[in-house]
Design a protein around this ligand. Structure first.
Ligand code: FHN
Length: 456
């Protein structure tokens, strides 16, 4: 009997130890230098943003009304009361969700990381939160931890898993919940429109939720905050949060919206002073020139982050590929969005674009991944990227006369088409430019890449 008790005790201790060490891991990873920590992200260049939540059921429509802009703002734009809106999380049951399929679509497109909205402004969480019942496990019939499934699928397929978290919370009574619905974006910067209880939401809800996401789902590549613009949120909170995250996972990268360094909705920090955050976040825009710090442009494929079937303004494949090249030539990363529907499906228009980008990146990835910004101003015909002693000319407008004009200071050792390395292209240096003799027809109808090995 004594032995029997001992066996049970040992078994219980073992189970408990295993559970706490596997589920509640505080990373034991060695703290890397900032450059080493940022390396994978700087080299990756291309990631997938996923906006998914209860708003994905709504699709931006209510009766005859269609929400202007992003459909993930349905709660606000379509004037739902909190009580009415709660019905959507209560029916969120995306039975077609397949984490492995999502991750392989990102991977095939050439994306190296995925950032999913763990909680958007609506306040509904896609993971099993112990801090709240307003999540997929407690409120929804789905009862599958989406963050867990996606983080496992990412790990399996070698894609970095990252999460977005909204500071804004229209559902929580200590955040915007008690001001809602008479609270709109124009008031977000107004210091008189704050919830005096917001510090309690920050300390007892938001911070612990971010902690759960960092402790229970393995290595987190990036923590991507949003909603920093509300005046309830302070720079002291931002700095505290950044430290809290790095204490749990020392090598995680955090976007600049963790703090208050940007003016309004500007992408880059531009206020005087020191602010936490590792990279800037231009949204729906690409800066005109390179920027001397880390940045990532996030963008939608149509005009909405969340699923919105009425929005048919899809960017073309060519436009998206050229945007990727433009961003890389200016030293940035491209975070391209998908808004899956309420069943868990990617819109077919998005899948087509992912496939086209995959075809291009498979052939031309050498000129993208790990490449640095162009050392030259952008040429009329396209963009340059650079890697060690190699310059890549990304040609958007193929020269009609078969002569590509390179910057005059370029000293060419060898020029080839990236996709046909055996075809050597001849070059002639004149006093005004270097001419490359290229085939009359563009090898790629979107962007053709010429690889130029530089003479020392
Ligand atoms: O309001 C959000 C919006 O819905 C979306 O999530 C984007 C993505 O960067 N961020 C906010 C606006 O800046």
């Amino acid at each position: 009997m004594k032995n029997y008790k001992k066996i049970i005790l040992v078994a219980l201790v073992t189970i408990f130890t295993f559970q706490t060490s596997s589920a509640q891991t505080k990373s034991k990873a060695k703290k890397l230098s900032d450059d080493a920590r940022m390396e994978w992200w700087r080299d990756s260049k291309f990631g997938m943003f996923i906006h998914w939540g209860a708003y994905s059921i709504i699709g931006g429509e209510r009766g005859t009304k269609i929400a202007g802009g992003g459909a993930e703002w349905a709660m606000d734009k379509l004037d739902y009361t909190i009580e009415d809106y709660e019905k959507f999380p209560e029916m969120f049951n995306p039975v077609l969700f397949d984490a492995d399929a999502w991750v392989s679509m990102a991977k095939n497109a050439g994306m190296k990381y995925i950032v999913i909205t763990s909680k958007h402004h609506e306040g509904f969480g896609l993971w099993d939160s112990k801090v709240s019942d307003y999540d997929v496990m407690d409120t929804s019939p789905f009862k599958r931890d989406i963050i867990k499934e996606l983080s496992i699928a990412c790990k399996k397929q070698g894609i970095k898993f990252c999460f977005y978290y909204s500071i804004v919370d229209w559902h929580h009574p200590q955040a915007q919940g008690n001001l809602y619905p008479n609270y709109n974006i124009s008031q977000h910067d107004d210091p008189s429109v704050v919830n005096p209880e917001f510090p309690e939401y920050y300390e007892n809800y938001m911070k612990p939720q971010v902690g759960e996401l960092l402790k229970n789902y393995g290595d987190i590549g990036v923590v991507w905050f949003d909603g920093d613009w509300i005046s309830d949120y302070t720079t002291e909170m931002g700095k505290d949060l950044y430290k809290y995250i790095r204490d749990i996972q020392p090598n995680t990268i955090v976007n600049n919206r963790v703090d208050k360094g940007r003016t309004g909705m500007d992408g880059m920090d531009n206020k005087p002073g020191e602010f936490a955050g590792d990279f800037g976040t231009p949204e729906q825009e690409i800066p005109d020139t390179g920027i001397d710090s880390d940045w990532e442009a996030c963008m939608t494929m149509n005009g909405s982050w969340g699923y919105k079937p009425s929005d048919n303004k899809w960017k073309s494949n060519e436009d998206l590929i050229q945007k990727l090249v433009d961003i890389v030539s200016k030293g940035g990363n491209f975070l391209l969005n998908i808004g899956p529907d309420g069943f868990g499906r990617f819109p077919s228009e998005s899948i087509r674009r992912l496939n086209a980008m995959g075809e291009w990146t498979k052939k031309n990835g050498e000129a993208i991944y790990g490449a640095s910004a162009s050392p030259f101003e952008k040429p009329k015909w396209g963009r340059y990227t650079k890697k060690d002693n190699v310059l890549y000319a990304h040609v958007f407008n193929w020269p009609k006369d078969g002569l590509l004009k390179l910057h005059k200071s370029i000293k060419v050792k060898k020029a080839t088409l990236l996709t046909a390395p055996k075809t050597k292209l001849s070059t002639i240096a004149t006093s005004r430019e270097v001419l490359v003799d290229v085939p009359m027809l563009a090898p790629d109808t979107t962007v053709s890449v010429i690889k130029i090995e530089l003479a020392n």
